[in-house]
Design a protein around this ligand. Structure first.
Ligand code: HGY
Ligand code: MN
Ligand code: MN
Length: 414
């Protein structure tokens, strides 16, 4: 008997709203990796997992993971989840939707007393946005055995190292290598996530199946000029780091525009010393490059560095650029995509196949086993913005598709 009320969606939306209370900045949602708000959210998710009957813990890197055994103990796990860290002034659905949907599916499997041919794990990763430290999907890459020890020495804007922050959080930097899972332990990974784009809304579809995830380069750049008196130094005698950086940001824009399908963004920039009457001496800015083809992304990055060095030389300023993320594009598992597609069609949807311009923990999990993602329509495609929103009905549709996909992969009828 097909349910007509959006019961599962209502539970998912209530969980998301509850988790949205935890922020490091009153009045807006900011929950950076290892912050007090991340800790509070992790503990809330831990409690929810335990209430759902999962054996749950917060792991050495700060991810929350809960496990329900299958029809016999020790089976490889089908992992459901996403992340609970956010960007600055974020929306509440980017990440928590996938964690809440995974949790509700686990609750439903338990309520129905289903004995699955795999264990079910629900995970809330903690460093998908990589906003606070120069890392790359560090908590899911810890599972994939791809954690880079140098990430522990990376510093946030306040100068705190990841190692210090993780220790204060209650994590265990030295315990991270032991988090690495073997592919034999993982039956696969399914992630529900908002689309963060306009395609599903334009197609009037609540869900879509993700074909692949774009490759991504991130770097920290610095321009060093000469701080000096804004009133006494003639214009032709300045080494203005901000004017140089502004020219570089425009170069990033026009070089990115020249590569089909690529995007290039200077998202964060800080000015030192930052006083109204001082010529800026130092600029730090971020670089985020993505392109469907890895070769195009790498050549775009090379062209940007050449152009920035030319600008720096002409303006007699210093320029450095340190890469800390270089993720190859990932094709998601065709078999798991087909399972998502069958489950969606069984519920009367006609899901698009669409690529992801955003990165996700599925990039790391794809190294452990078949991985796939289900996108959920979001209003006007807005994300990384408090205006991010989805409907109760679409949350219900996505959760039921996720449940149907789990049953499909278990060889059970939807
Ligand atoms: O930036 C991204 O693609 C993701 O939201 N972390
Ligand atoms: Mn996300
Ligand atoms: Mn995001």
């Amino acid at each position: 008997m097909t349910e007509t009320t959006p019961r599962l969606g209502a539970r998912v939306m209530a969980l998301i709203d509850d988790l949205a209370r935890h922020t490091d900045e009153p009045g807006r949602l900011t929950r950076l990796y290892l912050s007090p708000a991340h800790r509070a959210t992790a503990e809330a998710v831990l409690g929810l997992m335990r209430e759902a009957g999962l054996a749950a813990r917060i792991d050495a890197a700060g991810s929350v993971v809960g496990r329900m055994e299958g029809r016999e103990p020790g089976l490889p796990a089908l992992v459901l989840g996403s992340h609970i860290d956010s960007v600055v002034d974020a929306g509440r659905y980017d990440g928590p939707l996938g964690v809440a949907a995974g949790l509700v599916v686990a609750e439903e499997v338990r309520a129905r007393g289903l004995a699955l041919p795999f264990a079910l794990e629900v995970v809330a990763f903690g460093d998908e946005e990589n906003v606070r430290f120069p890392t790359s999907l560090s908590t899911s890459k810890a599972w994939a055995g791809q954690y880079k020890s140098e990430w522990l020495e990376g510093r946030d804007a306040a100068g705190t190292t990841l190692r210090e922050a993780l220790t204060q959080f209650g994590g265990d930097p030295d315990g991270i290598p032991a988090l690495a899972r073997s592919p034999a332990e993982i039956a696969g990974y399914l992630e529900v996530h908002i689309e963060q784009g306009p395609a599903l809304e334009a197609a009037a579809q609540p869900v879509g199946v993700v074909s692949g995830i774009v490759g991504l380069t991130r770097a920290r750049c610095a321009v060093t000029g000469e701080a000096n008196h804004a009133g006494t130094v003639p214009m032709g005698m300045r080494r203005d780091a901000l004017a140089a950086a502004a020219e570089m940001a425009l170069a990033v824009e026009h070089l990115g525009e020249a590569v089909p399908g690529a995007v290039a963004t200077v998202g964060a920039l800080s000015v030192a010393p930052g006083a109204v009457n001082v010529i800026p001496g130092r600029i730090d800015f971020s670089l985020d490059l993505r392109a469907p083809e890895d070769a195009d992304r790498h050549s775009l990055f090379a062209a940007i560095q050449v152009e920035c060095r030319t600008i720096a030389q002409r303006r007699a300023v210093g320029f450095t650029c340190e890469t800390y993320m270089d993720n190859a594009a990932v094709a998601l598992d065709p078999g798991f995509q087909a399972a998502f597609d069958r489950a969606a069609r069984h519920l009367g949807h006609a899901p698009l196949r669409l690529p992801s311009g955003a990165t996700h923990d599925a990039v790391a999990m794809a190294a452990l086993g078949p991985s796939a993602m289900l996108f959920v329509r979001c209003r006007r495609g807005i994300s990384h913005n408090p205006a991010e929103s989805i409907t109760l009905e679409d949350a219900d549709a996505a959760t039921r598709v996720l449940l149907g996909t789990v049953l499909d992969l278990a060889g059970l009828t939807h």
